[in-house]
Design a protein around this ligand. Structure first.
Ligand code: ADP
Ligand code: MG
Length: 424
């Protein structure tokens, strides 16, 4: 029997290539947030439903399956190859503009990459540093020679893993390490790697509906450097995820390792394949990923920060709201959708239209703010209930200010200062 946590299960109407009744019902309801459901129409469906992309034969039915099966998914649509983004641009481009607020896909903006650590001008304050458990920055890359994984096969995933194993052999110094394949790991080894926050788990219904987990665990693997600070995920969703992580809050060290690692992997891929262009890339969309949310930098820089008082007092949703106002987001410390106890994962929310170093700065500023809020609460609030009530009002006003500031910078930040505009 098909397992919804791993196997691709299509919505019944989509499997018959019909506009899904479930999607219509969601669209008729109030307050749904799924971006795909906000953009899709019957007219668009009729226009594009019989199209297949050249590389992966990707269809609109496959593209919208996740949001149709799980309307609570925020994005709800996925690409199966590079052409998906252009062949189905009437769906993807509005979704991209809604997710990456302020970015224009009409050609007036171009995405630029800049991973120069020297350009980071803000740091974590001393009090913030003391609350940081670990720092992790990851990016994703997809190889030009293969379809994106949702449109791939067991064979393409295996070819990618074999190719990357050759690339790993080219890594030197602190970047050198070992490649472990899921198919040859014991359950104990797998669990250890998950518990240490190194390994991806699979077993996600929404990702399964996008085809991320097809033929699990074949072709999946993880590369770990000898010092366990430089890692690569192979064939999780994207072909490769490049990760730099370490205990503590030395964000610059983590970012500079990532920057070196990204360059070394690209050089290795070029050497092994003999090709000069190895990654899927687009001038407007930046680095291509299977989920529109990751386009551009594909980068999520995060810290695990200990803020137990804040969590107890205002809760996860309120912390997330504050983070969103600062162009960041909050997650549970065991990854997306995981439980929150005393620590929280704070990371940049924006990915497209901004260079990497600026997104790292977003995360640093947000961590500093939350650490300050935790300290105020910890040192003064609990001693006197009257003070606590006043403090609540101050914190609420602060969140509103931060939210407005965030909205302002999202919409009004002159993108031309960070990414060159070209006249259409
Ligand atoms: P992503 O998809 O961005 O890689 P997830 O939320 O799926 O992130 O988390 C993947 C894994 O990375 C999880 O095990 C999570 O606990 C771990 N992780 C994320 N950020 C950090 C961090 N700052 N320190 C340690 N582990 C982290
Ligand atoms: Mg993830």
């Amino acid at each position: 029997m098909a397992d919804p946590y791993f196997d691709l299960i299509m919505n019944e109407d989509l499997a018959n290539n019909e506009y899904p009744k479930d999607l219509e019902a969601v669209q008729a309801s109030d307050g749904h947030k799924c971006l795909m459901a906000q953009v899709m129409t019957k007219e668009l469906w009729e226009k594009l439903k019989d199209h297949k992309t050249a590389s992966a034969g990707w269809t609109l039915a496959r593209a919208i399956n996740t949001g149709t099966c799980y309307p609570s998914s925020f994005v709800g649509c996925h690409a199966g190859d590079l052409e998906s983004y252009t062949d189905y641009k009437e769906l993807f481009y509005p979704v991209i503009e809604m997710y990456h607020k302020g970015y224009k896909t009409d050609g007036s903006m171009k995405h630029v990459t800049d991973m120069d650590v020297e350009k980071i001008t803000t740091g974590l304050g001393d009090t913030t540093q003391a609350k940081i458990i670990s720092t992790r920055i990851r990016t994703a890359r997809n190889l030009k020679m293969f379809p994106l994984n949702p449109g791939g096969t067991k064979e393409t995933r295996l070819e990618i893993a074999d190719l990357m194993e050759k690339v790993f052999a080219t890594l030197e110094g602190d970047l050198a390490g070992k490649f472990y394949r899921h198919t040859s790991m014991t359950p104990g080894e797998t669990q250890n790697l998950v518990d240490w926050h190194f390994l991806f788990r699979g077993k996600d219904k929404m990702q399964a509906a996008s085809g991320y987990h097809a033929d699990w665990p074949h072709g999946r693997g993880i590369f770990v450097s000898a010092d366990e600070k430089f890692l690569l995920w192979i064939n999780e969703g994207d072909h490769i995820r490049i990760i730099s992580m370490e205990q503590g809050g030395d964000v610059k060290s983590v970012f500079s390792r990532l920057s070196r690692g990204v360059a070394a992997i690209e050089a290795g891929l070029k050497a092994v394949t003999g090709r000069d262009d190895v990654y899927m890339h687009d001038e407007i969309l930046g680095k291509i990923a299977c989920c529109p949310s990751n386009l551009g930098t594909c980068m999520r820089g995060s810290v695990h920060i200990l803020v137990p008082k804040l969590i107890a007092k205002i809760g996860f949703d309120e912390i997330d709201k504050i983070a969103r106002g600062m162009n960041c987001q909050a997650r549970g410390s065991s990854g997306e959708h995981s439980e929150v106890i005393d620590r929280i994962d704070i990371s940049n929310w924006r990915r497209l239209g901004f260079p990497e170093y600026l997104l790292v700065q977003d995360m640093i500023k947000c961590a500093n703010t939350l650490a300050a809020m935790e300290i105020i609460r910890h040192d003064y609030a609990h001693s006197d209930p009257r003070f606590s009530a006043v403090l609540d009002d101050i914190l609420k006003s602060l969140s509103v200010c931060l939210f407005i500031t965030g909205l302002y910078s999202t919409f009004a930040l002159p993108m031309s200062t960070v990414s060159p505009r070209t006249t259409p």
